[in-house]
Ligand binder design. Structure first.
Ligand SMILES: [Zn+2]
Length: 91
């Protein structure tokens, strides 16, 4: 399952291509819901519901790099394909 999410872990620039991942500024009256964040994010949150209830990986919309939300480790295209395949088998 793919979705765009305004939540992000203080990532303002892609670690791979260095593109600015900040989107629109969060309206002041909504900021209390987003912790210390001041901008929405262009990051794509990737969820594997069987693995974890929430975002497990981030994907850069510019260079398509996928990395682990918790460890920051980059996934190779092969690893990512394997994750998707495993998810499909379960559902
Ligand atoms: Zn990137």
């Amino acid at each position: 399952m793919l979705l765009t999410t305004p939540k992000f872990d203080n990532i303002t620039h892609c670690p791979q291509c260095m593109e600015d991942l900040r989107s629109e500024p969060i309206p002041k009256h909504l900021r209390k819901h987003y912790g210390s964040h001041t901008h929405f994010s262009k990051l794509i949150g990737i969820e594997f519901p069987e693995l974890y209830d929430g975002v497990s990986f981030w994907q850069c919309p510019f260079c398509k790099t996928v990395w682990d939300r918790w460890t920051g480790r980059k996934l190779t295209a092969k690893e990512y394909a394997r994750m998707c395949k495993r998810e499909k088998r379960r559902t």
